[in-house]
Design a protein around this ligand. Structure first.
Ligand code: IMP
Ligand code: MG
Length: 181
């Protein structure tokens, strides 16, 4: 795959992605065994590869919905602003909701979504993310279910984009400097 040549360093490889999907699916299947049809809420567009791989391994009756909440706007720096571009189409009243994310950095995006869901009457709201980048946290919100924790730096791959590209690569890593402008 030629896209992989644009990576400087791979931090999470295909095998480690698979291991995290299996581990998180087993844990969540166990934790929600008594829940009444939880809702998995994917945050577009980054949730896409993780959500489909991970949900195939979750052995629970559940429903799925999506929101598009943007704070990056295609660049490699956060604007600090969080906008709802697409809202959910189903009710969350009395629902156990699990937000599915590619990465949690500042935490502003999931904090905003979590507060909104609780305001709308969700019974519980937890977060599952493939990548946690706690060094970038600016709000008091830690995801309960984490695939891999990594340090500083801008990442691409497996949902994480640079200018909407590289989301489909089944590896997560840093981009080569020459592809960034
Ligand atoms: P937060 O609100 O700062 O936690 O960031 C949330 C969103 O910013 C994520 O869902 C990603 O879409 C995007 N984001 C954060 N860090 C990165 C990165 O390293 N690469 C690409 N996108 C990122
Ligand atoms: Mg995202």
């Amino acid at each position: 795959m030629k896209l992989i040549n644009d990576f400087e360093e791979i931090l999470v490889n295909d095998e480690q992605i698979q291991e995290a999907c299996e581990r998180l699916a087993v844990q969540i299947t166990k934790d929600y065994a008594e829940a009444d049809c939880p809702l998995f809420l994917g945050l577009l567009k980054g949730c896409h590869p993780f959500m489909s791989d991970f949900l195939c391994l979750v052995d629970l009756y559940h429903t799925v919905d999506y929101m598009d909440v943007s704070s990056y706007f295609g660049d490699n720096k956060s604007t600090g602003e969080v906008k709802i571009l697409k809202d959910i189409t189903t009710s969350v009243t009395d629902k156990d909701v699990i937000i599915v994310e590619d990465i949690v950095e500042s935490g502003r995006t999931i904090k905003k979504v979590k507060d909104l869901l609780l305001f709308r009457g969700a019974k519980s709201v937890e977060v599952v993310t493939m990548i946690d980048k706690p060094s970038g946290r600016t709000v008091d919100l830690d995801p309960k279910y984490v695939g891999h924790t990594i340090g500083d730096g801008f990442l691409i791959g497996y949902g994480l984009d640079y200018k909407e590209m590289y989301r489909n690569v089944r590896a997560i890593g840093t981009p080569k400097k020459e592809i960034l402008d």
